[in-house]
Design a protein around this ligand. Structure first.
Ligand code: HEM
Length: 230
């Protein structure tokens, strides 16, 4: 097919986010306030259940970053510092348009995912056995380790809030200054093609099923005290 006919038949809308990416994303958005509220109100059974769900979502998203569709893959959007600087230089001229995450946004994804991974991991060990609720693995690696994890669990939540604020500020900047709507595509999975080249390459649904079983299995195993390990 010639370049001209390819352009002529290009759809106005282009797919950019697959369903698993969107489910993970809006799951994070729902679960963070639930985790905060349940901790503040000492609803620790629900806090641990919601935390286990968040752990499963984060593990799923990490696996999906290796085997998911092209825009979900870390290899597709984690770029070196030179690419980030080159991208940031284009911001003044409206910012280069990319199919998925741009080089700067890619790093914000990594930071948010790593923080949520650290938050859920530390929650498994957090708490004081003599005073209040404890995570399911609290006693397994010693009191000192649990105390460190408890401190981190409290500190990292504020760090996550800070990065979420930055995340929302960046999205608002794109909307108001660069006139780029990012939220609707995170809901519908598609956006207007505009200057964007290429197409998201999807992968078969069974991959998502395998990742969900693995991620859910590990999260539940940890929730029930990691039998066989300790
Ligand atoms: C109402 C609040 C939020 C809105 C409107 C929002 C919106 C968005 C949008 C539009 C994107 C796509 C950015 C792009 O085009 O590159 C995105 C990506 C992302 N957001 Fe949010 N976000 C919100 C809250 C959160 C929270 C609370 C977290 C977790 C702490 C989070 C974590 C992420 C991650 C990890 C991605 C990358 C998605 C992926 O590739 O899996 N967001 N968000």
């Amino acid at each position: 097919m010639s370049e001209e006919s390819t352009q002529a038949s290009s759809p106005v809308q282009v797919r950019i986010w697959d369903l698993p990416v969107r489910i993970c994303h809006w799951g994070f958005v729902l679960l963070l306030p639930v985790l905060w509220w349940t901790a503040e109100n000492s609803e620790m059974r629900w806090h641990m259940r919601a935390g286990t769900l968040l752990l499963a979502l984060v593990l799923f998203r990490i696996l999906w970053g290796f085997v998911g569709s092209s825009t979900a893959r870390f290899s597709g959007f984690v770029r070196g510092p030179l690419a980030v600087i080159a991208y940031l230089r284009t911001i003044g001229k409206g910012g280069d348009k990319t199919l998925g995450h741009n080089p700067a946004g890619g790093w914000s994804v990594m930071v948010l995912l790593l923080l949520m991974a650290a938050q859920t991991f530390s929650g498994l060990f957090a708490g004081d056995p003599f005073d209040g609720a404890t995570g399911p693995l609290n006693e397994e690696l010693g009191i000192g380790f649990s105390a460190d994890m408890t401190d981190w669990h409290e500190f990292a939540f504020n760090l996550i809030l800070g990065f979420v604020a930055l995340h929302l500020a960046a999205i608002t900047f794109y909307r108001l200054v660069l006139k780029d709507r990012l939220i609707t595509p995170m809901i519908t999975g598609t956006r207007e093609r505009g200057e964007i080249a290429g197409e998201m390459a999807p992968v078969p649904a069974w991959r998502a099923l395998v990742c969900a079983v693995l991620a859910g299995g590990v999260a539940l195993w940890a929730y029930y005290g990691a039998p066989g390990l300790f």
